[in-house]
Write a protein that binds this ligand. Structure first.
Ligand SMILES: [Ca+2]
Ligand SMILES: [Ca+2]
Ligand SMILES: [Ca+2]
Length: 178
């Protein structure tokens, strides 16, 4: 003998249907976003044309310096190569893509990225003048210690949280992106 009445059973079943509906919808959504990412990846692989000595990732090419320079000199070096100091657009570029670490896995020393608050203290801008929307700062950074206005990847720090503001006059490696 059933312990629930027919209307109760119908209600329970419709609740279960909604639950499975939501699961299927979310599954489709994540499948779709993965499919979009993979399509972009394939498209980029086809159109990207990195010169000798540059590494490719999605639609960009990256140059990793082996010398050290100040932030201003590094930025100029990138411009001379027809590029800009690297702009970190998302967590995939920063650290994680399908469990393969990208930028932060390719550095062997403290390294400039194209971000600074030189023009207006506390207002972070990228090398192409776009404002910072998402940062991957180390704990307690940025701290503007003695007026720090440029930003580095810290070698050996947590890969998803390794930015530190540092004096623009320090001499570091750098990454160009184009
Ligand atoms: Ca970028
Ligand atoms: Ca500052
Ligand atoms: Ca700092």
């Amino acid at each position: 003998k059933l312990s629930v009445t027919t209307p109760e059973l119908l209600f329970l079943c419709s609740g279960q249907r909604r639950f499975y509906g939501a699961v299927v919808f979310l599954g489709l959504l994540s499948f779709l976003s993965m499919a979009i990412i993979i399509s972009i990846l394939i498209y980029c692989e086809l159109v990207r044309n990195c010169s000798e000595g540059w590494k490719g990732f999605f639609c960009s090419c990256y140059f990793f310096s082996t010398q050290n320079k100040t932030q201003k000199e590094s930025r100029q070096d990138c411009r001379d190569r027809g590029a800009e100091l690297v702009i970190v657009n998302n967590i995939e570029e920063q650290a994680l893509f399908l469990q393969q670490e990208f930028l932060t896995n390719n550095i062997t020393a403290d390294t400039w990225i194209g971000l600074s608050d030189q023009d207006n203290e506390g207002t972070w801008k990228w090398a192409d003048d776009t404002p910072l929307t998402q940062g991957y700062w180390e704990a307690d950074q940025p701290d503007d210690w003695r007026g720090e206005d440029c930003v580095q990847f810290g070698k050996g720090k947590k890969k998803e949280a390794n930015w530190n503001d540092i004096s623009c006059d320090e001499s570091l490696r750098w990454i160009c992106e184009k």
